[in-house]
Ligand binder design. Structure first.
Ligand SMILES: [Cu+2]
Length: 67
């Protein structure tokens, strides 16, 4: 299991935080995700055999935020 902290720009409220959490959770191989609105970052635990940091960032971008 790999843990990565990803910087996310563009989150302004709890709704954004929830959007990002949902988006990252939907990626296969993610075991846990903690999105911090204040710090603008997400701490993600994932199976590196199933996904990677770039794929997670792409998902965040697809959801409308900058990663
Ligand atoms: Cu928002």
């Amino acid at each position: 299991m790999t843990q990565e902290t990803i910087k996310i720009e563009g989150m302004t409220c709890e709704h954004c935080q929830m959007n990002v959490t949902k988006a990252i959770s939907s990626v296969s191989g993610i075991s846990s995700v903690e999105v911090n609105l204040k710090d603008g970052q997400a701490t993600v635990d994932f199976d590196e055999g199933k996904t990677n940091t770039d794929a997670i960032k792409e998902t965040v971008v697809d959801a409308g935020y900058k990663a």
